[in-house]
Write a protein that binds this ligand. Structure first.
Ligand code: C5P
Length: 239
């Protein structure tokens, strides 16, 4: 069954501050989104990678993406929310490529530049025959406090069975479109949430905390360190 990847990249990333949308902020010498594209376009298991841009995007064309051109499709149909961008992207992708109802779609945030190839392969291996699909996720390690009034703790939440959802999240094309259509204007922050609203239970595939989402300025520094560490290991291993 073919795998297609879709990267919603139509957000403004306002929590990072600044004018440049976060997917284009410089990270390890490249725009942030370059790292996710490199991994997904470099996987021989993924047939096509579609990136969803905001229709008003003026930044994409300022960079050189020619290294990915044989695998990459650019869809300028982002929406007001992440869910809308994914849904618009899925519809446009089907017009551009022969995607079947049962083909797998991997949705991956442009803001997760540190996804490792081994994690991607694990997700594909574990879910390829799954009836529903699922996502990379990590068990919550910290003790969780519910905030109350006056900046004080209202109570401690149990962390048992709690996971932090990551991307990629992987579902079959037609079911994902149906789920996102039904979710409509609701504030779904990931694709699995829309699938859950259909009464289905996505599989949790243990991921790794390095696959962080860059949201705040400190995350950029962490991502830089993770990518530098990987480059150093790669250089050491390749002699
Ligand atoms: O803002 P946040 O980090 O939750 O965004 C997650 C991903 O969704 C990012 O890759 C961002 O570009 C994308 N997004 C989008 N369309 C929006 C909002 C966010 O494609 N309207």
């Amino acid at each position: 069954m073919p795998f297609f990847a879709l990267i919603p990249a139509a957000g403004a990333g306002s929590r990072l501050g600044g004018e440049t949308p976060k997917q284009y902020l410089p990270l390890a010498g490249r725009p942030m989104i370059h790292h996710a594209l490199q991994l997904l376009c470099g996987s021989p298991r993924i047939a096509r990678v579609c990136v969803v841009l905001s229709p008003g995007d003026t930044e994409w064309e300022r960079h050189d993406w020619s290294a990915f051109s044989s695998r990459l499709a650019v869809l300028e149909c982002g929406g007001a929310t992440r869910a809308e961008s994914v849904l618009n992207g899925l519809r446009a992708a089907r017009q551009a490529f022969a995607i079947n109802d049962d083909d797998w779609i991997l949705v991956h945030d442009a803001a997760r530049p540190c996804l490792a190839a081994a994690q991607l392969d694990r997700l594909l291996d574990e879910l390829a025959d799954d009836a529903v699909g699922g996502l990379l996720a990590v068990p919550v390690a910290d003790t969780l406090k519910r905030g109350g009034s006056g900046g004080r703790v209202a109570h401690t939440e149990s962390r048992e069975d709690l996971w932090q959802a990551q991307t990629p999240q992987m579902f079959r094309y037609a079911r994902l479109v149906e789920a996102l259509c039904r979710a409509g204007g609701t504030a779904m922050t990931d694709d699995a949430g829309a699938i859950e609203a259909l009464g289905l239970h996505p599989r949790l595939v243990p991921g790794d905390p390095f696959n962080l989402k860059v949201t705040y300025p400190q995350d950029l520094a962490l991502a830089e360190l993770i990518l530098a560490g990987r480059r150093a290991t790669w250089r050491k291993n390749s002699g």
